[in-house]
Design a protein around this ligand. Structure first.
Ligand SMILES: O=C(O)CCC(=O)N[C@@H](CCC(=O)O)C(=O)O
Ligand SMILES: [Zn+2]
Length: 330
């Protein structure tokens, strides 16, 4: 296998490769661009016209998706997987990955779409670098642009694998993309209603990519991801990479939700009235007092069929401490 196939090993060791460009026997070019960043270019005659950005490790403790990207890249570097798309592999927060922590100083996934300019520290610099790498990758006109930002969640979930589909004014969510996710084992999609500050929101709203955050199970350390079954997703990604994806249009079984409200923590007085072990997608009855904050602020559930995802009272002030969602249709 080509040495650049070991991007994860290099990233964990904080090392730069001596050779930054290598060619597979089949003529695909692997180019190490920066720490945790590697671009794959198929021979021009094989190129199917897709630019595919695959990122993981935006949160350093979410290891199952990092292992998945490692397998895909090693497959390419060993000639077992023949790329027919341009691919950018990104391991988002190398220092947090090395420490096995969600983040070190700041959550990188709250620093996109310019937010890094109002922040300091290495995670702000890294968010800027990731934006620059993604923008340079998606510079070519007339090609399909697709970004999957792979995550695992802090808590267990009633729906194990789901996607968050960003929002941009004037753009419609794509049924074809939802069908592709359905075939990849994604069980539910949350349609965002406003522009966000996450990595997938940035590539969707600013770079014109179809982009998704994929939540794939519960976060566990490296080597302990047996309970996270990524078989269907991995199969689909291999097919996308090799341009041999079976046609599919069915949305059967795919559950759709939209964001009713983001619960923002404003102060240290914030209190979330949920059990510590509550699962994502738990239903909350109308009238339920979900949270309280400074100056008598109260979050009371008003929506019928409301559910909660990502409840987290420990986030920094000003950030999202949960999302209230409701069933939706395209
Ligand atoms: O489990 C949790 O509470 C958070 C899991 C996670 O990291 N989710 C992403 C979602 C990104 C998005 O909204 O597209 C995040 O919070 O950054
Ligand atoms: Zn995450």
């Amino acid at each position: 296998m080509l040495a650049l196939g070991k991007l994860l090993e290099l990233t964990l060791a904080g090392r730069e490769p001596t050779e930054k460009i290598q060619l597979t026997r089949e003529g695909a070019r692997l180019h190490w661009l920066a720490q945790g960043a590697l671009e794959v270019t198929p021979p021009a005659s094989e190129d199917c016209g897709l630019d595919l950005l695959l990122s993981a490790g935006i949160h350093g403790n979410e290891t199952a998706p990092i292992e998945l990207l490692d397998r895909l890249l090693q497959g390419i570097a060993s000639g077992q997987l023949i790329p027919r798309a341009r691919i950018l592999f990104l391991f988002g927060n190398p220092e947090a990955i090395r420490r096995g922590e969600r983040y070190v100083e700041q959550d990188i996934n709250r620093l996109f779409s310019g937010r890094h300019e109002q922040a300091s520290g290495f995670e702000a610099l890294r968010a800027n670098e990731l934006e620059r790498l993604a923008a340079a990758f998606f510079i070519r006109e007339g090609r399909e642009r697709l970004h999957y930002d792979l995550h695992t969640a802090i808590r267990a979930s009633k729906i194990e694998q789901f996607a968050l589909y960003p929002y941009a004014e004037g753009r419609e969510h794509s049924a074809a993309q939802l069908a592709r996710l359905n075939a990849a084992g994604v069980e539910a999609v949350l349609l965002q209603q406003k522009v966000g500050i996450t990595f997938s929101s940035y590539t969707y709203a600013h770079l014109g990519a179809e982009a998704f955050t994929l939540e794939l199970g519960k976060a566990r350390p490296f080597g302990q991801n047996q309970a996270v079954n990524l078989d269907l997703l991995e199969k689909r990604l291999r097919e996308i990479i090799e341009h041999c994806e079976p046609a599919t249009t069915t949305l059967d079984g795919l559950q759709l939700f939209s964001v009713a409200r983001e619960v923002i923590k404003h102060s240290d007085a914030f209190r979330l009235h949920l059990p510590a072990d509550i699962e994502n997608f738990s239903e909350l009855p109308a009238g339920y007092l979900l949270a309280e904050d400074i100056a008598g602020t109260r979050w009371v559930v008003e929506e019928q069929g409301a559910r909660i995802i990502f409840p987290n009272p420990k986030v920094k002030n000003g950030l999202r401490a949960g999302i209230l969602i409701v069933p939706a249709q395209l």
